[in-house]
Design a protein around this ligand. Structure first.
Ligand code: 7GP
Length: 808
């Protein structure tokens, strides 16, 4: 079914000459200029539109095929998406990468300069946001009918800069030049209510009389599949004041600020992404954002359902809504409200529908990262939702009491409402109660969720708990990020089918013992280091790229660096394995402990750099503003991947997968997906160190004293003392004190084991052939970590959805 032809449109050409014609025509009609007078920005926007046109055609066909199939849909609700730059990906997926470059050159444009203007929309913080993007990519690639819903933040994750080595945040006005990838859909705008009170009418029906009205305006970006015609969408909502929010009379009276007060207030909802990762911010505006996302998205989901269906009992058969952590959990009481208050369904039927519709993914184990909202604030903002949550809680606690008679403490722990020390709504509890499936994101994480964080719930409903180990997009994180390695792999495997079938990488195992293949593998790695701008390509590139958080233990890596520094200072004449340690990552602006670590890293880097006895062997670099774009440059250049969190704290990690896939060897603890990576790549090809979860838990329970390790280990003492004595430009005393006196994450307990493992890394590095062999085996055995496998697991175990093929 060619929808385009059916509409009398000419098909877009697939030759460079036709692409060139379309570029010229878009430049003329959409930018109103010509090649002679076009700015680079004009050229970029035009290129983006010309590529987008090719995908728009597939999008139209996809929508038609989905409409005809009336399938079960996956709706992915996420407060965050880290989509990465769109241009290169969309050129690859639309098959225009080659012709687009030829066409640009024909027109006298510099493709690199033009493509350089593409901007990364930083609408997320870290792992959770990037996972959402990888899952959307895989869903489209696997032809699963899906829509991602999110918020179109005006300002994305802050831009990180360094001033005197300290993190300084700058706003990220990512779309101030516009965003050519976006399709506005003003017709589908929604009305969202806040505040007010509830009333009961004569029939006992409840209604909510809101106190504030805000509009949600959607736009969407295309989410193409790779090697298929499916193009799904991610729909993002932007808050607007309602028509009445502009006060003309005040404006006429010269009260300009007051005149737009209400509109500004409304628009603030989608103004900025909360720059938190695993810590709760506790601000009313954040709760407002969450409800805004949920309210707009649910109304849109229902609008879409009604296009083909009438009967509410069909709703869960046609709809699965995946909650990306607890941020969109208000969808549960909101759907209850829509069904009971607005649609007139009885409570029990509505509750059955709701529970069957939702599923919840948890991304953390840190208790402080489990969201709760103060009851008085919640009640002010969402009075009807609080009533609904109370009713859900009543029914639910009755169920608990029946299952565990007399267990008052259990009831207190499981309640949706925390009573002490203050009354708060527990979003994770609500998410478990209101869904049909709950999953963790790696095997260990899912086990720990069921045995610790969510234990009471797993005891009540064991069958509800699942594991779905995270995965990453092979398109973005090897094919696009590492083109030279991808070509070498395709050559080695005799084709590029591996990109959509990552288990085929296993075919590389046979080549790990081939000397000429190994030397080409090494040459690619070295070229990637040069591309990144690292000085000596022979130097071991040791990378730690992730958000700054104490549990991830950048401070442990730092202690190792200081130890290397001291060893070289003590024995300057010896031959050391040259290392370049690369850190990248942001700290939440209010997370002072993490910011102190950043500052100390920069100070240590400067001291080492200024020391000619050490700098030939050791270099510490810390490029600012880690994001998907920078990650895609660093990952292909890495030899060693640092995954050194305290065991039992990292839910999964996904950077660990990206690095292993690109041939970096991991040094890591038995935490998150590290365990599965080690199982797959083999213990010989992984540097293991540190306490495991049971040992770490036992140590903490038995009264851990960091100082004992300091007293016992002279190298550790030397490293810590140098921090405490201010040897690094006087920076970092807070870091040293906190490690010595408290050390929440057992850094000192794992120090010796870590440093010893790093010595093994040095030894292994000196056998170049063996190292390269291990590197190849890491890639060959990483197929499991494709997001395609992750999506298949969700589809089979939780979503029960089937692909819909888009016809030509
Ligand atoms: C992260 C986890 O820390 C990381 O281990 C995991 O790989 C990733 O999610 C994807 O599942 N969590 C977040 O980014 C986050 O913001 C808040 O968690 C609950």
């Amino acid at each position: 079914m060619d929808v385009r032809n059916g509409m009398g449109l000419r098909p877009l050409g697939t030759s460079a000459a036709e692409f060139e014609q379309d570029l010229l025509s878009n430049l003329y009609y959409r930018r109103g200029t010509t090649v002679e007078s076009a700015s680079t920005q004009d050229a970029y926007e035009t290129l983006a539109l010309t590529v987008r046109d090719r995908l728009a055609e597939r999008r139209v066909r996809t929508a038609a095929a989905h409409y005809a199939a009336n399938p079960r849909w996956v709706y992915y609700l996420s407060a965050e998406y880290l989509l990465g730059k769109q241009l290169e990906q969309n050129m690859l997926y639309s098959g225009t990468d080659r012709i687009a470059r030829i066409a640009m050159k024909q027109l006298g444009l510099d493709p690199d300069e033009v493509e350089g203007l593409d901007v990364e929309p930083g609408l997320g913080n870290g792992g959770l946001g990037r996972l959402a993007a990888c899952l959307l990519d895989a869903m489209a690639t696997l032809d699963i009918p899906a829509v991602g819903y999110g918020i179109r933040y005006d300002l994305g994750i802050f831009k990180q800069t360094f001033k005197n080595g300290a993190q300084v945040e700058k706003p990220d006005d990512w779309s101030y030049q516009g965003n050519p990838w976006e399709f506005p859909a003003p017709d589908d705008r929604q009305t969202v209510f806040f505040y007010g009170h509830t009333e009961r009418d004569a029939n006992g029906k409840t209604c909510w009389i809101p106190g504030e009205v805000v509009l949600g305006e959607p736009s969407h970006m295309l989410v193409p599949g790779h090697g298929t015609d499916t193009v799904n969408i991610v729909r993002l909502w932007r808050a607007r004041g309602s028509e009445s929010s502009f006060d003309l009379s005040r404006f006429s009276a010269g009260q300009y600020a007051e005149a737009v007060d209400e509109a500004v207030h409304a628009e603030n909802i989608s103004k900025v992404l909360y720059p938190d990762d695993s810590t709760e911010s506790g601000r009313e505006l954040r709760l407002k954002q969450q409800y805004f996302l949920v309210s707009c998205s649910l109304r849109d989901i229902i609008r879409r359902f009604r296009l083909r269906n009438t009967d509410w009992s069909e709703f869960p058969k046609k709809t699965v809504i995946q909650l990306n952590d607890t941020h969109p959990t208000l969808a549960i009481p909101e759907l209850m409200r829509l069904l009971v208050d607005e649609e007139g369904l009885n409570w029990d039927l509505a509750w059955t529908i709701v529970r069957q519709t939702f599923a919840y993914t948890c991304h953390t184990l840190l208790p402080e990262a489990l969201e709760t909202w103060s009851v008085p604030m919640f009640e002010r903002l969402l009075p009807r939702h609080l009533e609904i949550i109370y009713t859900i809680n009543e029914h639910f606690l009755a169920e608990v009491r029946e299952a565990f008679p007399g267990d008052v403490d259990r009831v207190r722990r499981m309640s949706l409402i925390q009573e002490e020390p203050d009354r708060r709504v527990r979003m994770a509890n609500l998410a478990v109660v209101g869904t049909q499936a709950v999953n963790g994101v790696a095997e260990l994480h899912s086990e720990l969720l069921a045995s610790t964080t969510l234990r009471d719930f797993a005891e009540l409903w064991p069958a509800k708990f699942h594991n779905v180990t995270n995965g990453i997009s092979p398109r973005r994180f090897i094919k696009i990020a590492n083109p030279t390695l991808s070509s070498l792999i395709s050559e080695g495997l005799g084709g590029d089918e591996w990109i959509n079938d990552l288990d085929r990488l296993a075919g590389l195992e046979a080549l790990a013992d081939d000397e000429s293949f190994r030397s080409r593998w090494r040459a690619v790695k070295q070229a990637n280091k040069v591309r990144l701008g690292l000085g000596d390509p022979e130097s071991l590139t040791d990378v730690m790229i992730k958000r700054f958080h104490e549990y991830k233990r950048q401070q442990l890596k730092l202690l190792h660096i200081i130890t290397m520094y001291h060893r070289i200072k003590a024995n300057p004449g010896q031959a050391y394995v040259p290392r370049t340690v690369l850190f990248a990552g942001k700290a939440a602006p209010a997370y002072h402990a993490a910011k102190h670590v950043i500052r100390l890293i920069n100070a240590v880097a400067a001291v080492i750099d200024a020391d000619p006895a050490v700098s030939p062997y050791l270099k510490v670099v810390f490029p600012p503003n880690y994001n998907v774009t920078l990650g895609s440059l660093i990952i292909p250049a890495a030899d060693l991947s640092e995954q050194i969190s305290m065991a039992g704290k990292e839910a999964s990690g996904t950077g660990n997968m990206k690095l292993a896939l690109n041939g970096a060897l991991t040094i890591g603890t038995l935490d998150g997906a590290n365990i599965e990576i080690r199982d797959k790549v083999g213990a010989d090809n992984f540097f293991l160190f540190g306490l495991d979860t049971p040992a770490a838990t036992a140590l903490k329970n038995n009264g851990y004293r960091a100082r004992d390790h300091y007293d016992r280990d002279p190298e550790l003492r030397h490293a810590l003392d140098s921090i405490l004595d201010g040897k690094f430009l006087g920076i970092g005393r807070e870091v040293g004190e906190s490690l010595l006196n408290w050390d929440e994450y057992l850094t000192l307990a794992d120090y010796r084991s870590y440093v010893d493992a790093q010595d093994q890394v040095d030894a292994a590095w000196q056998d170049t052939d063996q190292w390269t062999r291990k590197s190849i085996l890491n890639t060959a055995r990483s197929g499991f970590f494709s997001a395609d496998r992750t999506v298949r697991d969700y589809a089979a175990g939780i979503w029960h959805v089937n692909p819909v093929k888009v016809g030509r």
